[in-house]
Every structure is written in structure tokens, then in C-alpha cells.
Design a protein around this ligand. Structure first.
Ligand SMILES: *Cc1c(COP(=O)(O)O)cnc(C)c1O
Length: 378
């Protein structure tokens, strides 16, 4: 099933990736564990599959579904979000220059600095909320500008259209890490991005029980062909079971994103009024600096927020240690609510304020989440 003006996201999520084949009449697809596929008498491969590193029916269905949800032309699924990001960096020429957000996911900046600097990739970082700064950093070798919005953990909002325009004027690509909003809340390809990257570990997986990643391309051209080669030759591919689990999760994604957003909006409103809380970073709040852009480029504001406590680091750690319904753990996007003191996870050198807590709002009832925060702050 392909995206069209007539098909809604909910319908796409349930049916995208279907092959139309129902072996044994099974309504839901099987998991194909076979690593190898039979050749025909003429030496060809009548099924289209050869060997499971190159392709597999479960991965192909997942890639079709991701392509449809993001409105792209092709997708490549990976064993993790970081493997997907690595494939994008590896698809650039040695000596290329890339511009990363100054608050990009820490794994992305570590990869650029600790691995790809030795391969000759030059990296600049910019405050992506200020397109003029980004434009000034462009060089003749600039090949890629990276966007991540909302950002981690300050929930800064980047204008995807503005950054994509700067990239294209420079003859560069614009890639957008769309992990936090998911394709349900934000579709960067329609806003001009060339590549979308996901850690499917988060909202697409949605149940904190699988690690995965994906790259979705607006055009199935030379750049995507390189990424496909890196995927199939390098082999950082997801297992058939993980692909199947992701398909299971995607069927409920639009409903989950709506409920995450509704809950987060209520929790954010409660925290914004609380005297013990100094600041709430949530793009759904009218006083958030990125609210107007978020309202324009997102369908809703998502399930992630962060807060800074009046009482500083001590008050933040105390709250994280006293919650009962929230679990103190890293990651995000699952059905369960999580809370995390980011500065202590990121370690020395972090620029995250030490009075900050990041909350991944799950699918519990908002009143119960608020009651839990209330007893923990009190
Ligand atoms: C988690 C995350 C990643 C990394 O993905 P993994 O699946 O953990 O490898 C990349 N970008 C963002 C925004 C993330 O939240």
C-alpha cells in the first residue's frame, strides 16, 4: 500500500508492507528464519530472495512500511539507530564536511568525532534554531546538514524547511533524525529533507523490547544506492524476528503517538504550574521558543519533555529517586514512563544543566502520572 491523499496514517500503519500472500490463510505474516532461498533450474531466484544478509521477506515488508509512512521512495532497515547513522556517514566521500546540531544525540556526535574524523570527515556544529548561523558554516565541501527536532534534552525546535533550503543551495543533502516525533507527528521528506533516520528502538518499536534503525530516502538515487550497499555488504541488519516485532508495533503507532502527546501535554501543564519546577521544556507549551514552528511542522507535540528544578541538582536527583510509577532509566518511546537525570548519564563535559530531568511520557493514565510526580516532588 502506498501513501496517498486518500489513505489516512492509521490505515497505512495497519496495512503498509502487506504482500497480499496469505500462506496457510494466516492473516498475520510468518517470521521467515531461513538464511538461504532456493534457486530455479535456470540459476535464477524465483522468489527474489538469495541470502538473508542481502534481504529477507520480513525486512522487505518492514522497509515497505517505513517507506510508506515517511512518504519516501526507499528504506533500509538496520540493526540499530547508530548503524543507520553510520551508514549515512559512510555513504559520504572522504574529506566531506558535515554540519551537526550542537545538541545532536550524543551517539551521533561521538561517531563523527571518534570514528569518522579519522576517515577525513570534517564536522562543524551549529545552533540549528538559527538558520543564519548554519548558512555561515557552509563550505564548498559541505555534503550533509543534519537536523534533529525536537532536540535532546532541551526540546529545541529546528525549522526543517529552512535548513533543507540552505543544504540544497549549497549542493548538500539534508538528513533528519526523526526518532522523537515518529512519522506520525512529522514528515521531514515532505518538508524538503533528503534522508530520514530512525532509531526504531524508540517510538516505532514502542515497547522497549527491540533495538533497530532505519534510513528512508526521498529519492531512490545514487546516495541511497550507496546506503543500500553498506547495509547489505556490511550486514548490520535487523533479525527477521525484530522486523516482525516492528511491524507488529507499527500497526498501533498512530494511536500510541496520539496518547503519548495527550499525556505529555497534561503532565507539562501540571509541571509548568508547580512552584518547585523552574522551567518546563515542551514544544506544546505556548511560551516554548519553538512553539510556532513546531505547530506548523508537527501534527502534535510528542511524548518527550524535560524540566529544570528550582532546588537544583539535589532536587532533581531527589525527584528521580522518589517516583514509583515512573522508572529511572535511559531511553524513550515505550508504553512505560521513564525519568532520567541526563547530566549524570552523559558524564563529564556534558552541557546539559545538572538540575534537568528528562521524561518519556508513556501510556499510563495522565492522572496517575501526575499523582506520582506530586508525591515525589512533595
Ligand atoms: C536512541 C537514539 C539514537 C540511537 O539509536 P540506537 O537504536 O540506540 O542505536 C539516535 N538518535 C536519537 C534521536 C535517539 O533517541
Amino acid at each position: 500500500m502506498q501513501p496517498s491523499d486518500h489513505i489516512h496514517m492509521e490505515t497505512l500503519a495497519v496495512h503498509a508492507g502487506e504482500t497480499g500472500e496469505r500462506e496457510a490463510g494466516a492473516v498475520m505474516p510468518p517470521i521467515h528464519l531461513s538464511t538461504t532461498f532456493e534457486r530455479g533450474a535456470d540459476g535464477g531466484y524465483p522468489s527474489g530472495f538469495v541470502y538473508a544478509r542481502s534481504d529477507n521477506p520480513n525486512r522487505q515488508a518492514l522497509e515497505r512500511a517505513l517507506t510508506a509512512l515517511e512518504g519516501g521512495e526507499s528504506a533500509a532497515a538496520f540493526a540499530s539507530g547508530m548503524a543507520a547513522i553510520m551508514a549515512v556517514f559512510q555513504s559520504l566521500e572522504s574529506g566531506a564536511h558535515l554540519i551537526l546540531p550542537d545538541d545532536v544525540y550524543f551517539g551521533t556526535s561521538a561517531l563523527a568525532r571518534d570514528v569518522f574524523a579519522r576517515w577525513g570527515l570534517a564536522v562543524s556544529t551549529a545552533d540549528m534554531t538559527d538558520p543564519d548561523t548554519v548558512a555561515r558554516l557552509v563550505r564548498p565541501e559541505t555534503a550533509l546538514i543534519w537536523v534533529e527536532t525536537p532536540s535532546n534534552p532541551m526540546l529545541k525546535i529546528t525549522d526543517i524547511e529552512a535548513i533543507a533550503r540552505i543544504a540544497h543551495e549549497a549542493g548538500a543533502l539534508c538528513a533528519c533524525d526523526n526518532t522523537w516525533p515518529s512519522p506520525v507527528l512529522q514528515q521531514p521528506l515532505a518538508l524538503g529533507a533528503d534522508l530520514v533516520i530512525h532509531s526504531t528502538t524508540k517510538y516505532l518499536g514502542g515497547h522497549s523490547d527491540l533495538v533497530g534503525g532505519a534510513v528512508i530516502a526521498r529519492a531512490d538515487g545514487e546516495q541511497f544506492a550507496r546506503i543500500r550497499t553498506i547495509q547489505t555488504i556490511g550486514g548490520a541488519v535487523p533479525s527477521p524476528f525484530d522486523c516482525w516485532l516492528l511491524m507488529r508495533s507499527i500497526r498501533t503507532l498512530p494511536h500510541r503517538m496520539r496518547a503519548h502527546s495527550r499525556n505529555a501535554r497534561q503532565v507539562a501543564a501540571y509541571l509548568a504550574d508547580h512552584p518547585a519546577v523552574a522551567r518546563v521544556h515542551y514544544p506544546g507549551l505556548a511560551d516554548h521558543p519553538g512553539h510556532a514552528i513546531a505547530a506548523r511542522q508537527m501534527r502534535d507535540f510528542g511524548g518527550m519533555l524535560s524540566i529544570q528544578m528550582q532546588g537544583g541538582a539535589e532536587a532533581a536527583l531527589r525527584l528521580a529517586n522518589r517516583v514509583r510509577l515512573f522508572t529511572q532509566a535511559t531511553s524513550l518511546g515505550g508504553v512505560e514512563s521513564l525519568i532520567e537525570h541526563r547530566a549524570s548519564v552523559e558524564g563529564p563535559g556534558t552541557t546539559t544543566p545538572d538540575d534537568l530531568l528528562r521524561l518519556s511520557i508513556g501510556l499510563e493514565h495522565a492522572d496517575d502520572l501526575i499523582a506520582d510526580l506530586e508525591q515525589a516532588i512533595g
